[in-house]
Unconditional design. Sequence first.
Length: 93
Amino acid sequence: MPFLKPDHSPIIKHPQGHPVAVIAAFNTVGDLIPRYFSVEDDNCEIFKFKVDAVKSIKDQHMVKIFYCRYDAYGYRNDITLCFDVIHHLWVIG
């Protein structure tokens, strides 16, 4: 029963281009910075993570790519989050 095991790690096997929910902030200049993201695992559970650091930002044609670091379950992980400027969509890079 899933509710008996509340602290299990998510099993996330999403391919590149999979949509994710992101909470972002803007600075006074108008630059976009992701703060939190959430993903759904294979069991349809939603897991939310805080972005601890943005290691680098790359601008491509109408896409902003963020190389981020986050901590989850005692491990430091990296994720690439891409923002499609035209469609206003966040995806895993």
